[in-house]
Design a protein around this ligand. Sequence first.
Ligand code: GLC
Length: 754
Amino acid sequence: MSAIKAANTIIDSSSGEETNTQDFIEDLIGKMTLSEKIGQMTQYDASWDVTGPPVQKDDIDRYEKIAEGRVGAMLNILGTEATREAQKIAVENSRLGIPLLFGYDVVHGYKTMFPIPIADACSWDLTHIENATRIAATEATAAGLNWAFAPMMDISRDARWGRVMEGAGEDPYLVSKVSAARVKGFQGEDLSKPDTMAATAKHFAAYGFLNAALEYNTTEISDNTFLNQVLPPFKAAIDAGVSTVMNAFSDFNGIPVTANSYLQRDILKKELGFKGFIITDYSTISEMVVHQYAKDNKDAAYKAIIAGTDMDMESRVYENNLEALVNEGAVEEKMIDDAVRRILTLKLNLGLFDDPYRYCDESRSYLLDHVEDHHSKALEAAKSSAVLLKNDKNLLPIRKSVKTIGVIGKLADDKDAPLGSWRARTEAQSGVSILEGLQKHVPSETEILFAKGYTLSVEPPTFTQEVDLSQSDDESGFTEALEVAERSDLVLFVLGEECFQTGEGRSQTFIGLKGAQLKLLKKVYAINKNVVAIMMNGRPIAEPWLYENIPSILESWYLGSQSGNAIAELLTGKCNPSGKLALSIPRSIGQIPISYNHTRTGRPDPIPGDPNFVFWSHYSDCDKTPQYAFGHGLSYTTFEYSNLKLNTDTISMDESLTVSIEVENTGSYDGEEVVQLYINDLYSSTIRPVKELKGFEKLHFKAGEKKTVTFTIGWKDLAFYGADRIFKAEPGEFDVMVGGNSEDLLSARFELTA
Ligand code: GLC
C-alpha cells in the first residue's frame, strides 16, 4: 500500500477516527527498506539556481533515483509544473510513494523583494517582518515550494563578512525576536495550509564568528559567547516551532559542525529539545574529507550520522555509504530511523501524505505576477527599515525652497542593486530606482538633474561571479557630476556597494567606499555644502570622512522592489524615518569585531587627572566607540525621555519588576520611536556585557504626544549561562536603562534577591 493511501486510511480526519499520526509514521518506517530510509535522508540539487559547487555532474538521472525511492527532498527546483512532475514520480512510481520536500532560499522575498534581512531588522518592527515573510511564503508556495532555507540568525560583529547582510545583526535579543517573527511568517498557524511552508533556522552554529570573517573559514568562539550570544536565537526559533535547522560549513572547537555531537545532539536536540531535523549546508558531509577531518566519504558519513546530521544536501555521501555502515554494524539502524522519523513528521505536518500536490497548484500561480498588496507591504517595510544616521542642517526632509535637485551616483539609477543578493526569482532590473522614486514623489516644479559620476561594476554583477570593480577608479564622469553639483540647490549623492559585494562568498578586507566614490564626493562637497548622502550597501561601511563631513546621511541598505519609492517618500517627508541600527557601524576596520554589548574590562576608562596615561583600554589612533551605535536612528522629529520609574527596588527570583518611562514627541512631525530597554549586571560569576537589550517597543507618536511605556523584567531576563553552562540568574544589583538608542539612556538600579 502506498504511503498516501496508508495516510488517508489512518489519518483521514473525515472518518472522524481518532488516530495517532505517530502510528502512521512508525507503520511506514516499518515497511521501508534500509535503502528507502536512506533515500529520505538524501536531498538532490536540481540546480535551477546554483547555490553551491554541485558535487555531481548533472549526468545522473534524478528522476530515476526518485522512482527508486532514493531521494527524499530536492532544492533549487522551481515552479508548480517541475515540482508536480518530480512529485508525481515520487508518489506514483516509487514503491511506497513518499512525497518529496522542495527547499529553496527564500531569504528576503520570492518574487516581490523585501528589504534585505539586516535592513528589515533595522525596522525593529516585528509585525512588518512577519508580514513580509508571510508574503514571501505565499509567493514561494505558489511556485511549488514547501520549505524555506531561512531565517538565517547568525550573530555577527564583523562587517568584513559578506553574509552580515543576511542576518539580523549583533544582538541576541533582537535577532531572537526577528527570527521568531520570520519563522511564524513562513509557518503560519497551520503548516498544512497550502500557503505556509517549513522554515529553517540557520546556520547552526557560530558561522558568524569566522576567523577574520574569511568565508568558510574556521571559527574561534568561547563557550561563554556561544551559549550567551549565539544560542539564544536558535532557542527562540525552536520555541517558535521551526521545522528544520541547517548546520554550518565551519568547525566548532576543531570539529566540523556536521560531525559535532556536542552541538547537534547535546545542545540542539537535547538541551534545546529540537524535534525537527538537521539538514546539512551544501555538501558539508563530503567536505569533511577536504577539511581533513574524515579519511574518506564513508568515514564522513559515519561521523555525520553519529553526530545527529539527519539529511545530506547534495553530497550523496549518505546515499553511497550509509547502507554499508549499517550492514557492517558500524551504525545502528535506530539512528537511521530517528532521522527518517523526523523527516517524515515534517512531511506529515505539511499535509503531503494527505495531498502531495497541494503545493503544485497551478491555480495559485497568479500570485507570482505583480500583486499590488505585496508591493504595498514591501513599500511599507522598506520605509520602516531605512535609518537616518545624521541630519545636522536639517537638509531633510527636502525643503520647499529647493527648486533644483542634483542626483549623483551610478547607484541612484540602478534598478538591480536594490533587489539584494538572495533575490530568489524576482526579475533582474525590476526594482524601483531612487531616480524613478524621486521623479514620482518630488513636486512637479522641482527640476531633477542626474549624473552617474562614478562607476562600480561595468556589467550587472551576478550571484555566482566575483564583482568586476576594475573600472571603478574611472573619473570620466566627474566633470558632469560637478556641473550638476554647481547647478543644484541640494545634492543627493547615492553611494555604497554593488549588491553582490555582499552575500555568500563575499568577504572583503576593505569596508570603505570602493573606487572613486569618495574622491568625487569630496569634490562635490567642495562645490556645494548642501549634500545628502544616501547609502546603498549590504554591510556597514567604515568611512569617517563621509560621516564627519556630510550633513545628512540616510542608510538605506538594499530595500527591495520598492526601494526608490520608499527612499523618495522618506527624503520628501511623506514618511518620517524610524529605523534603528541592528548593528554597530565602525569608524575603522581596525575596530572589528565591534559590538555594543562588549564587556567592561579591568581598565575601561582613562585615569582621572592624567590624560597621557596609556594604561587603559583604548586605541592610540582611533576613538574606541563606533561611528554609530547599535540602536541609533534619527527622526524628523525629536523624542524626550523622562520619569524612569521602577515599581520596586528589590525583586526576588519569582517576582517581576515593572519599569515605566515617559516618552514625548517634542517636535513638529508625527513619527515612530523604538523605545529600548537594556540591563547591566553589576557583579556576576562570569563577566557580563556592559549592557544587554532586554526589551523594545516601536510606537507611533503624534507631534506633541506623550506616552508612558512600561516593561516587565523577570529572572529570565537577567539569567545567563555561567561557567558551569547552567542557565540561571544570580542575586545582586542590576542597572536598568531605557532610551532611544544604546548610548543615551536613563538608568535606575534594583536588586535581585535569592
Ligand atoms: C548555501 C548557503 C545556505 C543555503 C544553501 C542552499 O551554500 O550557505 O545558506 O541555504 O547553500 O542554497
